[in-house]
Design a binder for this molecule. Sequence first.
Ligand code: PHE
Ligand code: ZN
Length: 906
Amino acid sequence: MQHCAAEIQRVIATAKGAIPSGVASRSAVEPRAAAGYPAATSIFGEPPVQAQRPIRLVDYSPYPFTLKAVDLTFRLAAGATRVLARLDLVARVPGASLVLDGVGLRLIVAAINGDALTGADYLLTETGLTIHAAALPEGPFTLTTEVEINPAANTTMQGLYISNGMYCTQCEAEGFRHITFYPDRPDVMAPFRVRVETPDAANPLPVLLSNGNPLGQGPGWAEWDDPWPKPAYLFALVAGDLTAYPGSFTTMSGRNVALNIYVRPGDEGRCAFAMGALKRAMAWDERTYGREYDLDIFNIVAVDDFNMGAMENKGLNIFNSKWVLASPETATDNDFERIEGIIAHEYFHNWTGNRITCRDWFQLCLKEGLTVYRDQQFTADMRSAPVKRIDDVLTLRARQFREDQGPLAHPVRPDHYVEINNFYTATVYEKGAEVIGMLKSLVGEGGYRAALDLYFSRHDGEAATIEDWLKVFEDATGRDLTQFKRWYTDAGTPRVTVKDSYENGTLTLNVSQSTPPTPGQPEKAPRVIPLALGLLSPNGDEVLPTTLLELTEAHQTFTFPGLAARPILSLNRGFSAPVVLTHSASPAEQAFVMAHDTDPFTRWEAGRTLARNGLCAMVNGADAAPDHIDALGRILRDNSLDPAFRALCLRLPGEEEIAQTLYDAGQTPDPDAIHDARGRLATALARTHETDLAGTYTAMRVPGPYTPDAGPAGQRALRLACLGLLNRLDGGAHAKALFAQADNMTESLAALACLIEEGQADDATATFKTRWQADRLVMDKWFTVQLAHATPDQTPALAKTLAALPEFEWKNPNRYRALMGGLSANHAGFHQASGAGYRFYADWLLRVDPLNPQIAARLSTAFETWPRYDAARQTLIRAELGRMAAQPGLSRDLTEMVTRLATAKA
Ligand code: PHE
Ligand code: ZN
């Protein structure tokens, strides 16, 4: 079960890059011996790998021209599309030359105010076009260019490319420069007019879309007008044979907005849920943030080949089809929830990202952290808030804490990068959202709303910074946020240690904080940490309701007088701060919090801590802890608790989480021992509670037709958590029966996973494949589930077998991620001692890199945990990193990643 969420990323960050040229190849260098980290910054030996030149935040300077309007005409042809651009400009700095980005463009003609430029007027390079100041008139002028591009040959999935015969664009972060010469930076904003023409009568493309409102259309053409100034990364164009699933929404001021979800003909039947989610998101943003939609039309397009999850282009969101299309037979409960969240996320960007955008890409968290925070609030409101919070913390720990602990650690607002697409990370997204949650805790609900209102009114139509963001909070609430800003500038997860003593009715807490060094940041100053706590009396009553402590120093003392007895601590309620907390509560105290606390997050957390510590002890040879097993039994039997919550409590920490915990505690995790310990705990739990598990399994069966609502989804989650444990005892009997009966993908896939774990899946795997052969999204699951649940020592060989199948269409990002993600989600399989998992994985990164560098760079993060493991595994992984680094022509994206991955510990 643990692996289901491992299907990779959230809104799926990726890495981009293209530009296969210009990457210096290096000679092969032997990685150093494992023992003892060298002082050098790289494990590749001396001298360190040739540094790529980074872009730095301190070098920011405003663009010296104002762009007043943009007019684009596209003459679409697969191998030779013409792009005509008209830019109305005026210099803001006298004597500046006009520097435009442009990569892979064939320049046909460029003219200023209608006069064609000659060779002496400009400089054309591999990265752009510079028009010398002498060739520019004083005052406003118009630049027209015509270029030719080749979408059919574009395998990078950035810029203009073709998926299943459909033209489609992806411009964030720097894709627009692959379309036309342009100041491709987010602080240059302009209104756009776009004309799309399809001159090839033999290939009619009935649907022609771009941003904004429709101006007109006819056979073979359409025109669009986007009145809201936007940066080029929000540009989009779609042309193809698509079917619209329509809807409409009336805004708070009574305007009618036409909604459409465009899909391939045949997929219309899987759009209803996404359309409902869109309407819920639009209404929620009006209700919660006072934000109304601002165009007459809102379009979503589903595309099969997409590097990320989805993209918030103005009025024309483009989605990976996996995060739009859903039916009970093909999508799991988790898929439905994620679709709702991602639809909302992209919609919310209309205000947090589009109307107010980022000054430069260092400010990425300004739009992403805030928009993730907003989509989390939305899901919490639509479903169960405590369950959502626990899910988010699980994701944060699994992805962001892991990132912060390794060589790729970076601040929420980085201050340098080589390839910006390598910074669409869990730190920018998930930790970026946590930082906003902390701000809200510190200034309160009212302060937060006042600050947001001020943000929207002050910065509408602008490209803003984190400084601007913090300033609205300071101005709206009067609070000084100087120290708080460290959450944006300092990498690393703070460690908070709480020691308590009790004497004469007074509880004293000694609280200390420190943050371990991260690459480039050896020393860290204390941060403002909002730590929510409550106190319970020994009879279970709450004697201190939730109270916020503000930690600001390395060591602080807090006292709580007037207590009748020594209280039990309930710490970091609601996970008020993204820290690693150490408190020497006994297992009995943890079980007490789990049973009695008023805060559902802390109840779950206490159980998780028990489980984690118990598992770590089991890895080191201990038996399963009876305290923990008993406590889980009480949760299982407590029918007053939400089934979704009980399901979360029953789910054991994954092997990856155990490895992380051991490493945090200064131990070297052994993947096989971890796998074994987790299995033993699951079996012990199942044995002790077999009757209750079987009873709950039956009781939680949801009668009637499937609905993806939170209630029935929670029942299924509990039922399937029971199944996963019963599976340890019955050799797959329950799972076999469920697999045969299931009428929905949630149960079908969970049953298949159980059968795979028991080695009973040969028939089921084949049946599943026969049934879903023609369904690309379900077949992705078929690849992932087999690898994620395979016996560890068979996993690398299975990956090879699956990769050799004709169904492994590896050029499709979803299919590629399905296989690679399945392998890396199988902790003990990926880390198999022979190194076969590492080798296979690196082989396939190298295979995909020349075509789609973003995907290769993104998935290379599977190696980020190498410093945790034993010397033999470290040597094996570093050999793969070295092999990749030495590959001639490696993309800039993957080069930056392997270089950073190879950073030795400080
Ligand atoms: N901005 C997108 C989101 O967060 C993610 C994305 C980044 C998509 C880059 C494509 C390219 O919703
Ligand atoms: Zn986003």
